[in-house]
Ligand binder design. Sequence first.
Ligand code: CA
Length: 441
Amino acid sequence: MHHCSIIKKSVFTTGFAVLTFLGTAVFTSCGETPDEEVPTQVAEEQPAETPPTVLIQAEDFSTVSEGVSKVNQDDQSYANVAAAPAWLTFNVDVPEAGRYKIEINASAEGEVSAWIEDYVDNKDDRTYNITGKIPLTSTTNDFTVQHKDGSPLNAGQHQMKLHVEGGAAQIDWIKLTLLKKHQKTPQLLTQKTDGENWEIVWADEFDEDGSPNMDKWTYDIGDWGWGNNELQYYTENASKNARQENGHLIIEAHKNDGPHEWSSARLTTRGKTSFLYGRIEIKAKVPAQRGNWAAGWTLGDEYVDELSWPYCGEIDILETVGYEMDDATGDGKAHASIHCGAYYFKLGNQPTANTPVKNMEKEFHVYAIDWTPEGITASVDGETYFEYNDTSTELAWPYSKPQNLILNLAMGGGWGGAEGMDENMTSQKYVIDYVRVYEKK
Ligand SMILES: [Ca+2]
């Protein structure tokens, strides 16, 4: 394989309301001159928006493992992977921070799949899997486009690696298309923690029937695996997956939902409100069956893509997995944890605790943290069972910076699916009565 400039062309939205360039950028091979269609002016009532796109052709792979070669045939060039496991690296200049659709045009026979690693050879020696498993096998044995949605990418230069597993494959191109721009959070609420009584400063009581309140929440979307090989596609504005009903927020996962193995929803306050300190309460009922993973948690507002984590900090207020719950009684366990640069899974030392909870499925319980400049405690129904107070360094204590709230119901994945999926399970429901943030007065 030869090595040449990797990014062929990026198509950018002009962002102007009056005139928009409408045209197709032509992606060229190495050494050729770009040839573009003449931009066409369109009327202002038709603001055509072309999201930023990057195309990586087979000839752009910079280094490859043994057994990978370039083939030119019938006016088509592709990378031929003779046997797996194999890998191909490529460089990408990501035009804008956000969540991307990643498409692969490939052909393969049998159980062949691929996944993409971001930040190859990064200095923290981690493996950033930003797509999960992408099946490459097509029924027609022709080149077919497969995709994963929602990969979080920061703007700038990335070295990525396509891993092929399971057998031989032909890779034509990889395309990245911006689905959703990274949103900065405009409002920061800093809570006082040194008064007498906790008083509410922010809440969602989920009172109105219908859609979640988009003044408070946004959707995280996609099926990139969320760093855990999770099975669900997180949808946007789909009432079957997220709706308010009888004073509750319902997050409901559905099996075999269209092209997806599972659908579900994940709501975040990112882009709306971030929080620093205070008491945060989530009153909820969690689903019982084996394979689910319900969560109410926070993620640092500095999170942009996987390289941000765990340095941005994470506080898990409520985590439950179905396989720890008794389907008949609903008795299970609540988990609280923190993840930061000094303590997380790779180091095998993240502070975590769990406590038994009676009938978590049919009865509401209040899962809470108290977060002050001195430390974090977690409780269920007022009983504290977790405490963390290492404020010694920034790696141990990123919690002097704002965090966003997240509510989601994952299916499968490294933890939820650790003991498999209940085959009788067709849907799972996570019911939240309220989320409240308090400060001391
Ligand atoms: Ca309520």
